[in-house]
Each structure stands twice: as C-alpha cells, then as structure tokens.
Ligand binder design. Structure first.
Ligand code: ASP
Length: 421
C-alpha cells in the first residue's frame, strides 16, 4: 500500500544556511520512506536570474550579477559543508552550463525559451545543496531531476502538463525509488518532448507538488511557508490578520484566483479532484497547526483582502460612434488568448472595454500592436488590484483611504478596485 507524503519548501525556507538546517530538522522529525520533497530556488534566485536575462537582453553587462549569485550559493555551502564536499563541484558545473547558455543569442523572439533554460537553474542548484545536506545529516535521500518526471508542452514560461506521460514517468521513477529513500526534487521545472527545459509559471513549485502528489496518489501535501497558514490578509501589509483553520477546496481556489500568493492558483484543482488534503504550515513554527484545505463544506464570512501587484489597466475605446458589443469583446479576447494573457478584471461601459492584466515582458506591446487599428487604447502600469471577498464597508473604507482609484467593481459578496501602487 502506497503511503506518500509530499512536502514543498519555498525559496524563503532555504534562503540561507540556517534556513536549510531548519528544513533538515523539520524533515528529521517527520521522516518516512515514502516522501517527496520539492524545493524552490534559494531565496530570490529566480528574480536574480530574471535580472541577469534582462541585462543581457538590453546588451548590458551581466557577469557581475552572475558572479554574485554564484557566491551566494558558495557561501551557503561554505557554512554547511567541508571544503572538499562534492557539492562545490556541482555548483561550479551548473554555473558553467549557465554561462554557456548565456553566451547564446537572445532576442525578443526566443526570449521565452531562453528564459526557461536559464531560470530553471535556480532549482537545480538548491536541490543539490539540500539533498547533500540531508545526506550529511544521515537523512539519506535521492536527488531526482524533475524534468525526467514532468512532461509539458512547449509553451515556454507557462508550460502545460502532459498528465499521461508525467504519470507514467512517476510510476517508473518514483514508485520504485522512493519506497527505499525519500526523494528530493525541483519545483517549477519540466521538460518538453524535444528535451528542452520548461517552467510552469512563477511560483510554480506548489503546482509541482500537486502534480507529483496526484501522480503517486499521495496521502497529503504540505506547503511550508513563512506565515502561519492561509490568512485573511498579507501580514506584511495588514495588522491583526486571522488564520483559517480549515478551508474548503473551493474557497481556497477562489482566493488563489484573486491573487492570494500563499498558494499557486493551479495547485488546488488536481488535489481536489484526487481528494488529497493540502496543509499550509509555517517552517518557522512547524508544530503550529497551520491551515488544512480539503472537503470541509465551510464558507467563511470573515472579510479577506487579496492584493495583486504589477497590474496593468488597459482601456479600449471604440472609434466609430458604435457601442461596445459582443464582437468587440471577442476581438480583444482572441488576442489575449493568443498572447496567453489572463484577464484579472473586466469592465465594460458604452464605448470602452477595460481589462486588468499582469505585467509581462513584451506582451502589452504585442496586445497594442494587434488591436491599435480597431480601438483607441490607453493604459496605466504598475497598479494594484485589490479584492475584498466577503466585503464589508469598514474594510473597504480602510483600503480606499488615500488611494487614487482607477476602476471599481462589486458583486453581492466581492469588492474589487484597481489603484495606483
Ligand atoms: N523559483 C520559482 C519562482 O520564484 C518557483 C517557485 O518558487 O515556486 O517563481
């Protein structure tokens, strides 16, 4: 009888040597053979790799940033391992591969593919370090390349999972190995049919946990965070937040849709379909209860505030004295679909159609290019989309105080506003 448990540790939980020691203690207390441990890139490594890419794209010097990133990893290893430990050679090797990739040509046209080959290195580095450290602590475990497990299509940066092949890979590689030792593997990355690395979208390691859990029919998934569980607002922005003890899959999915960054939006669906419970717990306080997400049939009335950053509000205005009608909506949505841009909010007036979308490199430009002959287009960047679920007047007033509002929308239960950051 299989009895897998999946643990996912985000960047903050491996941000330095002490964090990795803490992770090792958490595992030590909960160790069992059938365990899959998914690790994100260390701290802000993914952002650092994105920055390196952007420098190259602009034709600027990027090697200083790369040297600094390498040094961060080496310094962490310096605190965890003896000088002659094999992990140092692994790190050198990965940075050499990264340098080779960076020497290739990068342009707007191949940006997405290039991005995945570069950014995925963060997880390869972190998992090597963590696996070596766990073994050094006598917590023997196996390093598994997630790209041998997760097969995707070639939508680079937003790759879609091929569930059938992934399931078969998991059966072949995980079910045989992990009955002997826990597996340590990378979040976020996969591989397309030709063997190129793909990624599942920023913060995608939670989704990796859900994919692997589903494929091995795990008993549970636990996401270890720097917060006490799922809260009704971001504790870094709001005082007196409330932790949910239990959340129904449905409610959790809704919160992730609005942008609650505690869980990646694609995580809940596969887990709910497979009826696998999801626990969100604090790696800073591992004995605390956290939040359990499952089939709880509870609907909370507490107001929940979710803030989505780096939003763009685009307004399309018809140019010929007609009103906005279905065909205009189709026209805009067709381009959005082509560019794989998700609409976070939509509002229609007599002659305008406004959408709120995430900031993504080059995409606004392409959207405007495709539609500028049909509409007069205006946009504002660097905005916040604030959602209040279970809306309540005091909470909304508090949020709106002193803010410049560009767009506002309310349903019976939910209030949303787009404001300047
Ligand atoms: N390292 C990736 C990111 O920062 C994936 C993840 O952490 O979930 O987006």
């Amino acid at each position: 009888m299989e009895n897998y448990h999946v643990f996912k540790f985000g960047g903050a939980s491996v941000k330095d040597a002490d964090a990795i020691k803490n992770l090792s203690n958490i595992i030590n207390k909960r160790l069992q053979n059938q365990m899959i441990i998914i690790i994100s890139a260390i701290g802000k490594t993914t952002n650092a790799l994105e920055e390196i890419l952007n420098l190259k794209l602009q034709g600027l010097e990027y090697t200083t940033n790369m040297v600094a990133l390498r040094q961060i990893h080496l310094d962490i290893c310096g605190e965890l391992f003896e000088k002659e430990a094999p992990v140092f050679a692994w790190i050198d090797n990965l940075f050499t591969q990264l340098s080779r990739q960076m020497e290739k040509n990068l342009a707007k046209e191949n940006y997405d593919e290039f991005y995945d080959q570069v950014v995925g290195v963060g997880e390869l580095l972190s998992t090597r370090i963590v696996q070596e450290y766990l073994c050094q602590q006598q917590l023997f475990c196996i390093w598994q390349d997630a790209r041998e497990l997760i097969r995707t299509n070639d939508d680079f940066r937003f790759a879609k999972v091929d569930w059938e092949i992934t399931q078969a890979n998991c059966k072949k590689l995980l079910l045989s190995n992990s009955s002997q030792f826990p597996i340590v593997t990378q979040g976020f990355i996969g591989r397309e049919a030709k063997g190129r690395t793909t990624t599942l979208g920023r913060e995608g390691s939670d989704f990796t946990a859900a994919i692997l859990a589903t494929c091995v029919k795990a008993k549970s998934v636990t996401i270890w965070k720097d917060v006490e569980g799922v809260l009704n607002a971001d504790p870094k922005r709001f005082a007196n937040t409330i932790r949910f003890e239990q959340l129904d899959y449905r409610e959790a999915a809704e919160l992730t849709y609005y942008g609650a960054s505690v869980i990646h939006p694609k995580t809940i669906k596969p887990l709910a379909n497979a009826q696998i419970p999801l626990f969100v717990k604090s790696f800073l306080n591992p004995e605390a209860p956290g939040t359990a997400i499952g089939n709880f049939d509870v609907q909370h009335a507490t107001p929940v505030i979710v803030i989505k950053e780096k939003q763009i509000l685009v307004t399309f205005r018809v140019m010929d004295f007609t009103f906005i009608e279905e065909s205009h909506i189709h026209q805009v949505y067709r381009v959005l679909e082509k560019l794989k841009l998700k609409v976070n909010l939509l509002q229609i007036s007599a002659i305008t159609l406004s959408i709120c979308i995430d900031h993504e490199l080059f995409k606004l430009e392409r959207l405007m290019q495709e539609l500028r002959h049909f509409f007069e287009i205006r946009y504002n960047e660097n905005l916040l989309l604030i959602t209040v679920k279970n809306k309540e007047m005091n909470t909304i007033d508090g949020i709106l105080k002193g803010r410049e509002v560009l767009l506002e929308q309310a349903t019976r239960t939910t209030f949303q506003v787009v404001t300047k950051a």
